[in-house]
Design a protein around this ligand. Structure first.
Ligand code: PEP
Ligand code: MN
Length: 337
């Protein structure tokens, strides 16, 4: 349910509506737009006397929200959410680019990559210290030693860090080093993990499950937000289809669909979506043309030697070329990079 206040409603009117709802046991979410205020109501809607609410001073109308996600929905908050990390704002005009290797492997590897991607214009550094691998025999990541490398490279280059957290009991540790907590595709419906990151104040990059619908992605965002953390950045990273030529299928539709359904920023991961470095530039440009607020791209100084995802990792020089072309596409759709 949302309560749309009249343009001329006073602060007192708004306060009275909130008091009535909260004393009745409902939770509220206030979105103050330029024109008018919208109050989102969370709780059992059947108990709410819609008629009585709509007769309160300053109330224009009461509208049921039929979709299952509430805090994440555009109905609750029509304006785009803006999430700032080190001055780079997700959900604004600028397309935010995160780049770096799949896995943290050594200080030298991270340092070399960070300097190169910063030079090419990336805004944040990615790198996994805890790796969710399909096989238990594959490289599992450096763990805390990897987080320490990330923090040192942030110190040296000024690039802030996005890195994955895989389990609720890692959230405290990873939050000590990271600037954005990444939830991987395999954990999108790990509700204990979603609740745990929801209880922090950290921005969360929530990747779409490889077999999840857009609605399921938004319900996972809702888990994080209903714990009080509204700093959720959604990430389309490709889904499983019958097509085998690429690792996944980039669901480019997800970008405009999400922009319609939610106020949360939407970024695209063209590396995991394609699985092949030769396709990453085209997928990046398509994402920006479709309205993505950012990109997260795998870059490795020596992809042939990478501990994970070498086939889809760009060499720094190729990443620099990609950035040039992405800038031109961004300009064509009225965005900067
Ligand atoms: C990654 O970012 O390296 C990763 C494991 O991504 P995903 O969870 O999308 O597979
Ligand atoms: Mn990877």
């Amino acid at each position: 349910m949302i309560i749309i206040m009249k343009a001329q409603a006073t602060d007192k009117d708004i306060e009275a509506v909130l008091t009535r709802l909260e004393s009745g046991g409902w939770r509220t979410h206030v979105s103050k737009g330029e024109e008018r205020t919208i109050i989102g109501v969370i709780g059992d809607e059947r108990r709410l006397d819609q008629g009585a609410m709509s007769r309160m001073d300053g109330v224009d109308r009461v509208v049921p929200v039929l979709r299952p996600f509430k805090l994440a929905s555009r109905d609750f908050q029509p304006e785009d959410s803006k999430i700032s990390v080190n001055g780079h704002v997700f959900g604004g005009n600028k397309v935010i680019v995160m780049a770096g290797p799949c896995s943290v492997e050594s200080l030298e590897q991270m340092r070399e990559t960070a300097v190169a991607v910063r030079e090419a214009g990336a805004h944040l550094l990615r790198g996994g210290a805890f790796k969710p691998r399909t096989s238990p025999y594959s490289f599992q990541g450096m763990g805390e030693a990897g987080l320490k490398i990330l923090a040192q490279v942030r110190e040296e280059t000024g690039l802030h860090i996005v890195t994955e957290v895989m389990a609720p009991d890692q959230v405290g540790l990873v939050s000590k080093y990271a600037d954005i907590l990444q939830i991987g595709t395999r954990n999108m419906q790990n509700y204990a993990l979603l609740n745990a990151v929801g209880q922090t104040n950290m921005p969360v990059l929530l990747k779409r499950g490889m077999m999840s619908t857009i609605e399921e992605l938004l319900m996972s965002a809702e888990y994080i937000m209903s714990n009080g953390n509204h700093k959720v950045i959604l990430c389309e990273r490709g889904i499983r289809t019958f097509e085998k030529y690429t690792r996944n299928t980039l669901d480019i539709n997800a970008v405009p669909v999400l922009k319609e359904l939610t106020h949360l920023p939407v970024v695209v991961d063209p590396s995991h979506a394609t699985g092949k470095w030769t396709l990453v530039k085209a997928a990046s440009k398509a994402a920006v043309a479709a309205g993505a607020d950012g990109l997260i791209i795998e870059v490795h100084p020596n992809p042939a030697e990478a501990s994970s995802d070498g086939e889809q990792s760009l060499k720094p020089q190729r990443f620099a070329e990609l950035m040039e072309e992405v800038r031109r596409v961004a300009a064509a759709v009225g965005r900067t990079v």
